[in-house]
Design a protein around this ligand. Structure first.
Ligand code: HSE
Length: 430
């Protein structure tokens, strides 16, 4: 059988990693696939691999349109512009597409799936989520016979690295971020990562596959890690928790609920010890029970390996629907925003004077909030001292009401910071 001809657009870390796999003669890849053409912005840049064997195409959309290319690999990134145009071009002529572009899939996944179904080209994107961790394949294949209730993940390595370093070194968010930028672990503009948007793109994709719904990025409630302070990390530790940026999708009686936000995890939570740049996903599904997938969430090797696994899936004729089911079967469930309930962590920066704690307690009591633990840091050189408390299980709304009333007391120097204590994931068979 003739080999499938591959064209790669985008020769950054991941693209170069995929070329290296071809150049290294990886058997299962090279037996059925030929890399024939590449495209990138700068032809002169050294990428640590010889590109002379491959046809160079300046315009990625022209590469996508080239009828001699069977599989167009898009590794440029960006939800709009050239990447979108190129992927649409390839799918519209019935070519297969492999991409690592989570923003494109989160925002335009339904349209791309439609083009794939209409023209017959497959669309695969294991590398878009979790780097080398097979999260997409896990949901499409491993739990295909299950009903998924929740997907809970650490999906952004940059945030996880920053939070881990803050804990290990006692340094501030700003310090650790600056260092991560110097070392090339964080982008010059870190907003997409630290603001929670990258994790939200990935969660959108995973939720669509897990719950059989159309990708619905606009429904994800997103909060980043920018306000997590040294004090929060330290206090959470004293209370037996670790702070993580958690991306969670859940199928509730009201519909699908999706959020990305920092949360406190008890140390026995399956995600509490996923540190540094690792990514992980916990899937709660019946009747399989709870499954955890963990590994390196970014970088050349892991992400190129995921691209290669998609290429081999195509070459071996195993590829199915982009979101596991035909588009017509994907639902648009109600956008659930269930009234939240649980335990909460609150940090208040207060002026250190008699009566402040009594006034705070009074406002909490007024909302029937019962305090589980209460810690005050010794006064330092700052005019304000941190007070940290956790609540017993309660609804979130009265906690927010109490915090509003506390702010109105004129004893706080900045807005209170509220984080949920992550509920243990649903466990089956206990
Ligand atoms: N920027 C991502 C992260 C890696 O920090 O996890 C690519 O998805």
């Amino acid at each position: 059988m003739a080999k499938l001809r591959v064209g790669i657009a985008g020769l950054g870390t991941v693209g170069a990693g995929v070329v290296k796999l071809f150049a290294g003669g990886h058997a299962r890849l090279c037996d059925k696939l030929d890399l024939v053409a590449v495209s990138a912005r700068d032809r002169t840049r050294s990428r640590g691999v010889d590109l002379s064997a491959y046809r160079w195409v300046d315009d990625p959309v022209a590469l996508a349109a080239d009828p001699s290319i069977d599989i167009f690999v898009e590794l440029m990134g960006g939800a709009e512009g050239t990447a979108k145009a190129a992927v649409e071009t390839a799918l519209s002529r019935g070519a297969h597409v492999v991409t690592a572009n989570k923003a494109l899939l989160a925002l335009h996944g339904a349209r791309l799936a439609q083009l794939s179904e209409k023209h017959g080209g497959k669309l695969l994107f294991e590398a878009a989520v979790g780097g080398g961790v097979p999260m997409v394949k896990a949901l499409k294949e491993a739990v295909a016979g299950c009903r998924a209730h929740a997907v809970t993940g650490i999906l952004n390595g940059t945030c996880n690295y920053i939070l881990t370093e803050m804990e290990a070194s006692g340094r501030s968010f700003a310090d650790v971020l600056a260092e991560a930028q110097r070392l090339g672990y964080a982008e010059a503009d870190p907003t997409t990562d630290v603001g929670g948007f990258d994790a939200a793109h990935k969660l959108t994709i995973l939720s669509a596959i897990a719950f059989g719904t159309l990708p619905d990025y606009d429904h994800v409630r997103i909060e980043g890690i920018e306000r997590v302070s040294r004090t929060d990390i330290q206090m959470a530790g004293k209370l037996g928790y670790r702070i993580k940026l958690i991306a969670k999708g859940a199928l509730t009686e009201q519909g699908v609920e999706m959020h990305v936000r920092p949360a406190l995890l008890a140390l026995d939570h399956p995600l509490a010890n996923v540190n540094g740049s690792l990514n992980a996903l916990v899937v709660d599904a019946e009747p399989a029970g709870q499954l955890t997938f963990i590994g390196r969430g970014a970088g050349e090797g892991p992400t190129a390996a995921s691209v290669a696994s998609d290429l081999i899936e195509l070459a071996e004729g195993r590829a199915g629907y982009p979101f596991a089911r035909p588009l017509a079967q994907l639902a648009s469930p109600p956008r659930a925003t269930p009234a939240e309930r649980g335990r909460y962590y609150v940090r208040l920066m207060v002026i250190d004077r008699p009566g402040v704690v009594a006034a705070i307690s009074d406002r909490l009591a007024h909302e029937q909030i019962s305090i589980e633990s209460f810690l005050q840091m010794p006064a330092g050189e700052e005019p304000a001292v941190p007070i940290v408390l956790t609540t017993q299980a309660c609804a979130r709304a009265p906690v927010e009401a109490a915090l509003k009333a506390i702010q109105a007391l004129d004893v706080t120097t900045e807005a209170p910071y509220l984080m949920p204590v992550e509920q243990p994931a649903v466990r089956f068979g206990r």
